[in-house]
Design a protein around this ligand. Structure first.
Ligand code: SF4
Ligand code: SF4
Ligand code: SF4
Length: 374
């Protein structure tokens, strides 16, 4: 029965995915062609423009709404833009739009709301709706702004190769929000996480030990280092060319790598809960580091109440609560503040707390008699 429910969920998401992708492509492209580009040369005829619009860079890509044009794809990418100044059609950059900044601010407010909702039993149940809304609106319909692009834009901004402040608001704004609310953006408001979570059918249990968690974090750190080197050297966001989520949203990739990565993402997401979050995402890695800062919001337990039943570790699909032989450990660097463990704990001892002397970023659940807090 559970398998059937999982399959129904999967088919539903795929259908929604196709319908919304089609409508978003139509809508996104018409917006792009009408508003984003100023066609200066009167000599350019319609066939020339058609040729342009069907090129690899622009095929049905809802990233190219007018407000997006100056952002992700072109960050640090003046060279890319100059490609379009050549030939018969002369184009110029549209004026800087504030729309992207408004969307980033809306996502930040949405995340703060989620950070409040996760603290209460009743509102915690709304998390699937939050994820669905972000997937539909930011993912399928709008195609951004995305957190990984924002992180990379922020780095390019710091090293002087991006002057578009609108592209960095999302990442920078999430840093203090993560400090005050934990990685609630990951658990409630990230459409990249939502895609993976809705695909997960939860039958196979792999990569769940603490050792696996460590290895996956090392992989993420290595990928993060490679990303920083790539950005420093190339000064452009390669992610936008091959990122599997962009391909998933648009059903289009300018190269075969995008399709291969999409296939890897979709298949792995069926069997591993949020594989991209666990093994790749640089933003999730950075947000996890924030839990180490004194005073940061973390999950903690009341050591006078815990019975050591380990129900919480069973309920944690992200495997932030990993089982060792005798104890379970809750690692706040991995925790996405989904709230499932809080809901599952019969004695309601897991709550949000502040990182400090009493509660550290990693806690050990041993049971009432011999429970320690590291
Ligand atoms: S880890 Fe990255 S992809 Fe996953 S939910 Fe967080 S920000 Fe999104
Ligand atoms: S925190 Fe709650 S669910 Fe987890 S082991 Fe302790 S009593 Fe059980
Ligand atoms: S420890 Fe796991 S179940 Fe609990 S809030 Fe964090 S991710 Fe969710």
């Amino acid at each position: 029965m559970k398998v059937l429910i999982g399959l129904k969920q999967l088919i539903g998401v795929l259908l929604l995915f196709i319908v919304l992708t089609t409508s978003a492509q139509n809508d996104g492209f018409s917006t792009f062609s009408e508003d984003s580009i100023v066609k200066k040369s009167q000599s350019a005829n319609s066939s020339e423009f058609d040729e342009f619009s069907e090129s690899e860079e622009f095929s049905g890509d809802n990233e190219f709404n007018s407000d997006e044009f100056e952002s992700d794809e072109f960050s640090g990418g003046d060279a890319e833009f100059s490609e379009f100044s050549e030939g018969d059609v002369t184009l110029e950059k549209p004026p800087v739009s504030y729309n992207r900044a408004y969307w980033a601010l809306a996502i930040l407010l949405y995340t703060i709301l989620a950070g409040i909702f996760v603290r209460f039993n009743f509102t915690r149940k709304l998390r699937p709706l939050f994820l669905l809304a972000t997937l539909v609106i930011l993912g399928f319909y709008r195609g951004g702004p995305g957190i990984i692009s924002s992180l990379q834009n922020t780095y390019l901004y710091i090293i002087g190769f991006n002057d578009k402040w609108q592209t960095i608001i999302l990442f920078l704004g999430l840093l203090p929000i993560t400090y005050f609310f934990g990685k609630v953006f990951c658990g409630w408001a990230c459409y990249l996480g939502a895609i993976q979570e809705f695909l997960y059918i939860g039958k196979v249990k792999i990569l769940q030990t603490e050792k696996a968690q460590k290895v996956m974090r090392i992989i993420r750190i290595v990928i993060f280092a490679i990303l920083i080197i790539q950005l420093t050297v190339a000064k452009m966001i390669l992610w936008n060319k091959i990122g599997p989520f962009k391909v998933a949203i648009n059903l289009f990739s300018p190269n075969i790598t995008g399709y291969i990565l999409l296939a890897v993402l979709l298949i792995s997401s069926l069997f591993i809960h949020r594989p991209f979050c666990k093994m790749v995402c640089p933003a999730g890695l950075v947000f996890g580091w924030i839990s180490k800062i004194p005073g940061a919001s973390i999950l903690g337990i009341d050591n006078t109440k815990c019975t050591g039943c380990k129900t919480c570790s069973t309920s944690c699909k992200i495997n932030a609560i990993t089982r060792d032989n005798k104890v379970s450990k809750l690692d706040n660097q991995e925790c996405i503040m989904c709230g499932d463990c809080m809901s599952s704990c019969n004695v309601k001892t897991i709550k949000t707390r502040r990182n400090g002397k009493k509660h550290k970023e990693k806690i050990v659940l041993k049971g009432i008699k011999n429970l320690n807090i590291k």
